[in-house]
Design a protein around this ligand. Sequence first.
Ligand code: NAD
Length: 298
Amino acid sequence: MKILIVGSKGFIGSSLAVYFSKNINYEVFECDVAVDYQKKNYIVIDASNSDFHTVFSENNFDLCINCSGAASVPDSIIHPLRDYNLNTYNVFKMLDAIRLHQPKCKFINLSSAAVYGNPLTLPVKESFLPAPISPYGNHKLQAEMICKEFFDYYSIQSCSLRIFSAYGVGLTKQLLWDLNKKFVTSDVIELFGTGKESRDFINIKDLLIAIECCLNANKFDADIINIANGVEITVQQIVDIFKQHFSETKQVKFNGIVKAGDPLYWRADVTLLKSLGYSPTVAIEDGIAEYIRWAKTI
Ligand SMILES: NC(=O)c1ccc[n+]([C@@H]2O[C@H](COP(=O)([O-])OP(=O)(O)OC[C@H]3O[C@@H](n4cnc5c(N)ncnc54)[C@H](O)[C@@H]3O)[C@@H](O)[C@H]2O)c1
C-alpha cells in the first residue's frame, strides 16, 4: 500500500512516517513545507501556495493521511486566517486534488476533540452535537464537513479522527512540554486554571496503533472516530506525576484563570475505536516518565 503522509515533519506525521516505514506492507511518501534534499520519496509543498494538484497528478497513492495543519488553540485566536488556511482550506485543496487525479485514494483527516468544546456530559460520544469554543475547533469541524461533502458528491472515501490529547517523545508544545520546561527551570510554578481540568491523553505510540486500526478496519464513509483512551486525568494528577520525577518540594500554584478556547473536562467514549481492534499499551505514568527522560536529552 502506498501511503502519503502530509505534514510529515510534525509531531504526529514524523512518528507515523517512521512507524509505517518499518512495515514492508507500506511504501511511505512524505510531504511538508520544509525543504529536505536528503529524504527519499519526499515532496516539498510551497507554504505560500500549497499545490496538491502536482502531488496527486505526479504520484499514485492508496491512502493519504493529513497530519498537517496548525495544532494550537491560542494561535488560532490570534491568527484565525492562518488557522483556517492550514486546517480547513488545505483539506479542501487536498480532497479536490484527490477528486481530480486519484479518486480511489482514501483520505484520513486528523481532526480534534476541540470540535466538542465543553461537552455537557462525559464520556463524549461521536454522536454528540459539536459545539467548538475556539477558531481552531470551528475550523476542524468545517474540515470534517468538507470530508463529508467530498464523500456525498464525489464518493471520495475518508474518515476524520477526533484526537483528544496526544503526547509523547517528539512533542515540543502543549501542557506536558510547558510543565517540563517549568519544572526544569523553577521551584515555584504558576499554571492556568484550577488543576481540576481534565484531559484524555493518548501516547504517540498508541496513537499510531489507533490510526493503523482505523486504516485497516474502518468504513471510510466520511465517518468520525474518537481517538483517546477513555481515561480522564486532571492537570493536578499530571502535576503530581511530574513532582515524583523532579521534586515533591516544587510549589505549583494554579491562577484560576481559564485560558480562552480551553475546554474544562474531557473523557472520550472509545467504544467505536475499540471495536476496530484498538487497545492501549502505554500507561500515562510510564508515558510521562519516558517523556521527561527524552526531554532531558534535547
Ligand atoms: N498533537 C495533538 O495533541 C493533536 C490533537 C488533536 C489534533 N491534532 C491534529 O493533528 C495534526 C498534526 O498535529 P501535530 O501535533 O503533529 O502538529 P505539528 O504542528 O507538529 O505538525 C504539523 C506539520 O504540518 C506541516 N505543514 C503545515 N502546512 C503544510 C502544508 N501546506 N503542506 C504540508 N505540510 C504542512 C508543518 O510544517 C508541520 O510539520 C494537526 O492537524 C492537529 O490539529 C493534534
